[in-house]
Write a new protein. Structure first.
Length: 109
């Protein structure tokens, strides 16, 4: 009897830990994919950005002859596009239901 209770307890613990890990993983994945309003900064010289100076949400210190440039992660809302073409007709078109009346069921016996 004690062994059955012990194994049930072990199964319950493993199930609880597994559930907690899965819920935590899903929560982390959703939070990691949530867009944030970041602003990127970098030093630019003669129209070229120095990739080694790119910083997020803070401006770098640029050398002489360079300027700080910035851009946002999400740009402004674009103009809505034109209405698309209608899709294809459904494969299974709705058909009227035919009612059959006057049938009698009998059992052979």
């Amino acid at each position: 009897m004690r062994r059955i209770l012990g194994s049930r307890l072990a199964v319950a613990v493993v199930a609880s830990v597994t559930t907690a890990v899965l819920v935590g993983g899903v929560t982390y994945a959703v939070a990691a994919n949530t867009a944030t309003a970041n602003t990127y900064f970098a030093c630019s010289r003669n129209g070229s950005v120095n990739q080694n100076t790119i910083k997020v949400n803070s401006a770098p210190t640029c050398g002489s002859g360079s300027t700080v440039v910035s851009w946002s992660q999400t740009g402004p809302q674009g103009v809505p596009g034109a209405q698309g073409l209608p899709g294809p007709a459904p494969l299974l078109a709705a058909k009227p239901v035919v009612a059959i009346t006057g049938l009698a069921l009998s059992t052979a016996g």
